[in-house]
Design a protein around this ligand. Structure first.
Ligand SMILES: Nc1ncnc2c1ncn2[C@@H]1O[C@H](COP(=O)(O)OP(=O)(O)O)[C@@H](O)[C@H]1O
Ligand SMILES: [Mg+2]
Length: 229
């Protein structure tokens, strides 16, 4: 069965904007998928439906057998435990060290200190930041801060890593490094990746599956696609 499944999904915001229109798609475990399209085409809305930040107006969204679209608020935490989420603006806690930022996501599980340490260092190693675990976010470059946010997202070994414009604040060289990190997680951990981006160079270079949105409609769904027509 598909890991992620959208069935006739519509999203209309309260102001009347149709952000998604009859979207149908399936994503398998281990897939790496880009979601592309012009600004305002619905990329972030599609991402928000995955982690139940928004609910569809019509239709259903499933992840790993969970019907996300009907999930009650008090059960959302169970869904989010299976997901890692990375944003354009990192969202790190400024008064906590790199180590503490990554460990924070694990504290709710009541794990032993040694187990937390093992997992945090493994995640930091995966993103190439093991040596900076004592630093604070404002002592790091943008690319390094994004690496921390990726480590935080994967520390719980989620089934799915969801990224909304993760390279949006980074220069092309740093963006490439971040994409290498995300690709390594997909390859080595088998994590399913769904990434919204408007960076044509990244999408064209990486030759992954591409979902193209246009005014909320899924107009193309290609294996090894690109941004250009
Ligand atoms: N919370 C909201 N309330 C009303 N309209 C919204 C909201 N969020 C997004 N929109 C609108 O929905 C459309 C799709 O937005 P979005 O999903 O953010 O697109 P993208 O990420 O591709 O730029 C846009 O027209 C946007 O203005
Ligand atoms: Mg967006």
């Amino acid at each position: 069965m598909e890991l992620i499944y959208f069935k006739n999904v519509y999203k209309q915001y309260k102001n009347g904007v149709n952000a998604l229109v009859d979207v149908n798609l399936a994503i398998e475990k281990g897939d790496f998928v880009f979601v592309i399209g012009a600004s305002g085409s619905g990329k972030s809305t599609l991402i928000k439906l995955l982690y139940r930040e928004e609910k569809p107006t019509r239709g259903d969204v499933y992840i790993g057998g969970i019907k996300v679209s009907k999930l009650r608020n008090r059960k959302v935490y169970k869904l989010r435990r299976k997901l890692g989420i990375v944003f354009q603006d990192y969202k790190l806690l400024p008064k906590k060290t790199v180590y503490e930022n990554v460990a924070f996501a694990l504290l709710v599980y009541g794990l032993k200190e040694t187990e937390i340490r093992k997992r945090v260092l493994k995640a930091l190693d995966q993103v190439g930041l093991k040596g900076k675990y004592r630093s604070y976010p404002d002592q790091l470059s943008g690319g390094e801060q994004q690496r921390v946010s990726i480590a935080r997202a994967i520390v719980n070994n989620p089934k799915v890593l969801i990224c909304d414009e993760p390279t949006g604040n980074l220069d092309p060289e740093t963006s490439k490094e971040i994409m290498d990190v995300i690709e390594s997680i997909n390859k080595e951990w088998g994590t399913t990746i769904i990434m919204a981006t408007h960076d044509k160079d990244i999408v064209n270079r990486m030759k992954k599956r591409v979902l193209l949105l246009d005014k909320g409609m899924l107009v193309s769904n290609k294996e090894k696609g690109g941004y250009s027509k």
